[in-house]
Write a protein that binds this ligand. Structure first.
Ligand code: DAK
Length: 272
């Protein structure tokens, strides 16, 4: 008989290594790191379910004010998992659990910053676009190459890209499958800011920390109104904003923010 000695720390380490999304909380900022480096963080069903589960938990956790989603230096995510997709038949696609996971990710009510290095392709680019904005390293590469595989973007690639970069660039990208670099992505309006690869995560976390210090009710309403502007006509959007403004103005945190300003002190928000 062969005995293998396994210590508790071995078990803890291997459990952490197997986690497809590693969540770490610093202050009020939750960083979610996609963790399938051997597959360039390809978004398989298990990873997407884990990601959406962690976001759902964060949505109701009052100790979390903002989220950063990141990958590694080689890849944010190289798309949906093509190997997994190859095994899916029409019935699998009909009851595809990824659809609900994507909807949950897009519905998250708190700010998300995507900190992107390396490949950000297909579903990876769609995930980054579900964030409120993207900070990219100088060597990041963006694209929607689905057309090259005989498929098409399935998680908002045709819709969000059109809104972010406009029809000319979006159609060029989705129809040719060509990639763009970080500089082009910045010029096109796909990313908010570019920086050195090593500085991306820290910059995103620092901005998330700043946002997480503000009154959560105001922050959530701002995100909600910005997103609504994509669905509504201007006049409808303006009245939606007006109503949201009134709701935010009736919060205790609004009184706290204004009082703190007038009395030259730091506000202490209570999420009320
Ligand atoms: N899926 C699975 N594995 C992937 C992958 C992917 N998307 N991308 C890379 N990998 C794996 C490679 O197979 C390889 O694994 P091994 O062969 O070593 O086992 C490993 O990662 C390293 O990749 P490479 O050897 O290819 O690395 P290179 O540096 O040479 O090339 C690359 C990097 C990013 C140029 C290349 O890997 C590549 O072209 N990858 C595929 C990119 C792509 O086509 N992405 C779009 C996938 S389609 C939906 C929602 C969303 C979607 C669809 C439906 N619904 C909710 C319905 C989205 C679809 C897509 O994203």
């Amino acid at each position: 008989m062969i005995y293998i000695k396994i210590t508790i720390s071995d078990i803890t380490m291997s459990a952490a290594q197997e986690k497809l999304v590693i969540g770490t909380q610093q202050g009020r900022v939750l960083t979610l790191t996609l963790n399938r480096p051997q597959a360039l963080n390809a978004l398989n069903t298990a990873l997407l379910i884990e990601l959406s589960g962690q976001l759902q938990a964060a949505d109701t956790n009052e100790d979390i004010g903002a989220v950063v989603i990141t990958g590694n230096q080689k890849a944010f995510a190289a798309g949906a998992d093509v190997k997994e997709m190859a095994t899916m038949n029409a019935i699998d696609l009909h009851r595809d659990p990824r659809v609900q996971a994507w909807a949950d990710i897009a519905r998250f009510s708190k700010p998300i910053i995507a900190a992107v290095n390396g490949f950000c392709l297909g579903g990876g680019c769609e995930l980054a676009m579900c964030a409120d904005y993207i900070i990219a390293g100088h060597k990041a590469v963006f694209g929607q190459p689905e057309v090259k595989l005989g498929i098409m973007p399935g998680a908002g690639g045709t819709q969000r890209l059109m809104r972010l970069v406009g029809p000319a660039k979006a159609k060029q990208m989705v129809l040719t499958g060509a990639t763009i670099n970080a500089k082009e992505a910045l010029q096109a309006g796909l990313v908010a800011e570019t920086t050195a690869a090593e500085a991306v995560l820290e910059k995103a976390q620092s901005q998330a920390k700043q946002i997480a210090r503000y009154a959560p009710i105001a922050v959530a309403a701002i995100k909600d109104c910005c997103n609504k502007s994509l669905d509504l006509e201007l006049q409808q959007g303006l009245s939606y904003e007006r109503r949201s403004y009134c709701v935010v103005s009736s919060s205790e945190d609004r009184n706290e923010g204004i009082d703190a300003f007038l009395n030259k002190r730091k506000p202490e928000y209570q999420n009320r």
